[in-house]
Design a binder for this molecule. Structure first.
Ligand code: AP5
Length: 215
């Protein structure tokens, strides 16, 4: 399976892609996670991306294109992948098309997860992530049994710098302007599946699996 998982910031792409990658046995590739790891490691990729990420803007297509082309050339993705957070612009769709064509493969489906903007702001304001292992928690429900520390590794739970209300609003604006139009392009190709992203994560996952089987 070669899938793209798209949707507004905080709609649950990472949450659902993690589950899907386990159930399908394919690699989960999150451009946001790759960039955050690069920022943390002080790599030049991270230094170039840091300011755009912190202000809710997109990193340049060139930077993302080079990064994802290299990643998709690695052996572990030959059995399939779920792209989470890429493509995000019309130009990135063209980049992905070129990379897949060079490899002689095609996308199977593009899943568009949906939720209301009110729900998104609530989710992102309440998200905490482990500074060490990246595990994701929710302040109001899926909180850590170890309080302010991660259940898995005891790392500190922190708020992402782009999860402040002002930056969330900017990320939503950028999404509407630059990313949402690509859903139409994939719809025209007959690849798009829309899945409602509200309800408990388990419910959303069941819905998503059912839609994939039916498609
Ligand atoms: P990225 O990391 O991709 O951020 P995003 O798209 O804004 O998505 P998030 O990671 O915030 O949310 P998500 O949809 O994965 O939701 P999650 O599962 O965590 O990108 C960050 C930045 O990097 C961008 O702004 C940009 O600068 C740059 N970037 C990345 N890719 C790029 C690209 N291709 N081009 C250019 N720039 C790029 O869930 C959110 C919260 O909700 C969590 O707390 C979770 O526990 C909770 N939750 C999940 N599901 C549910 C549910 N069903 N009910 C209740 N709560 C839920």
């Amino acid at each position: 399976m070669r899938l793209v998982l798209m949707g507004m910031p905080g709609v649950g792409k990472g949450t659902q892609a993690t589950r899907l990658s386990e159930s399908l046995g394919v690699v989960h590739l999150s451009t946001g996670d790759i960039l955050r790891d690069a920022v943390k490691a002080g790599m030049s990729l991270g230094l170039k991306a840091k300011d755009a990420m912190a202000s809710g803007k997109l990193v340049t297509d060139k930077l993302i294109g080079d990064m994802i082309s290299k990643r998709l050339a690695q052996h572990d993705v030959e059995g399939g992948f779920i792209l989470d957070g890429f493509p995000r612009t019309v130009e990135q769709v063209a980049i992905l098309d070129r990379v897949l064509e060079q490899r002689g493969v095609r996308l199977d489906r593009v899943i568009l997860l949906g939720a209301s903007e009110q729900e998104i702001v609530r989710r992102l304001s309440g998200r905490r992530v482990c500074e060490s292992c990246g595990a994701v928690y929710r302040v109001e429900s899926k909180s850590s049994s170890k309080g302010e520390a991660c259940e898995r590794c005891e790392g500190a739970l922190v708020q992402r710098p782009d999860d402040t209300e002002e930056v969330i609003r900017e990320r939503l604006r950028v999404y509407r302007e630059q990313t949402l139009p690509i859903a139409d392009a994939y719809k025209k190709r007959g690849l798009l599946i829309k899945v409602e992203g509200t309800g408990a994560p388990e419910e959303v996952f069941e819905r998503l699996q059912a839609e994939l089987v039916a498609a």
